[in-house]
Design a protein around this ligand. Structure first.
Ligand SMILES: [Zn+2]
Length: 243
């Protein structure tokens, strides 16, 4: 089964720029079919949080879509918001420290959310890549404070911090790397140093195309069908079962 865990759906008034393009459920399903992707993890956009649309998407297409709950931990009631959406069936927490203006390593802010992830046995998945907000070492602090929670490092912290992302994944068993935006050579390096069992195909649709991401994973794993199977879905199948 091909599972791509990192994508966005959103439906609302155009706000210009990135949000001008349609990110509807109908469109992602069409493009998944075109590329042969069986299931996608989806979350809202950080710029205009709409978790209700994600819940609706998951309920209407439970065999194709599973949702993360996006929370801005700086907002009052963030923990209650996460609890509400996990109770509604969403499958994990999504954070975007850079766009929401905080440090992922701020445990006082993040720990209450991580405690819920532990209680509900769901992963924490964050955007990664900026030095100030979501550097790989912040992921490591969280992963060490919560060794029993799966921590997914978005974009493998591309483009500037892939090496550090691979380093922290290599020494923390609960850190997984997300392939979106990462260069082919970074993916190959991650395969060597971390192994296929903690890397997950991630397109970050609609920013990228499923066919390109699948091809990148296919080329990186050439000659190793088991590595392809794990990265293109096998690893996330394990996580969805509650690891
Ligand atoms: Zn994304």
């Amino acid at each position: 089964m091909i599972i791509d865990h990192h994508n966005h759906v959103w439906e609302g008034e155009s706000t210009g720029g990135f949000l001008d393009e349609s990110m509807s459920v109908g469109r992602i399903l069409r493009e998944m079919d075109q590329a042969g992707v069986d299931m996608c993890g989806v979350c809202t956009v950080a710029q205009a949080i709409d978790n209700d649309y994600v819940v609706k998407a998951q309920r209407e297409h439970p065999d194709r879509l599973f949702g993360y709950c996006m929370v801005n931990p700086r907002m009052p009631g963030a923990r209650d918001t996460l609890k509400k959406y996990l109770d509604l069936g969403l499958k994990g927490l999504k954070l975007h420290p850079r766009l929401h203006g905080y440090q992922l390593g701020d445990l006082g802010m993040i720990a209450p959310l991580m405690e819920l992830c532990r209680e509900y046995k769901v992963p924490m998945f964050s955007h990664g890549g900026s030095e100030e907000n979501d550097h790989p070492f912040y992921f490591e602090e969280i992963a060490r404070a919560f060794p029993d929670v799966t921590v997914i490092l978005g974009h493998m912290c591309a483009l500037n911090y892939c090496d550090d992302a691979i380093l922290v994944a290599s020494r923390n068993e609960n850190i997984y790397l997300d392939t979106s935006t990462a260069e082919l050579f970074s993916l190959k390096a991650a395969l060597k140093k971390v192994g296929a069992s903690r890397i997950m195909m991630s397109t970050d649709w609609p920013g990228n195309d499923f066919r390109m991401e699948l091809l990148k994973v296919r080329i990186a794993t050439e000659g190793d069908d088991e590595a392809y199977r794990l990265i293109a879905g096998g690893n996330y199948e394990r996580i969805l079962k509650g690891y």
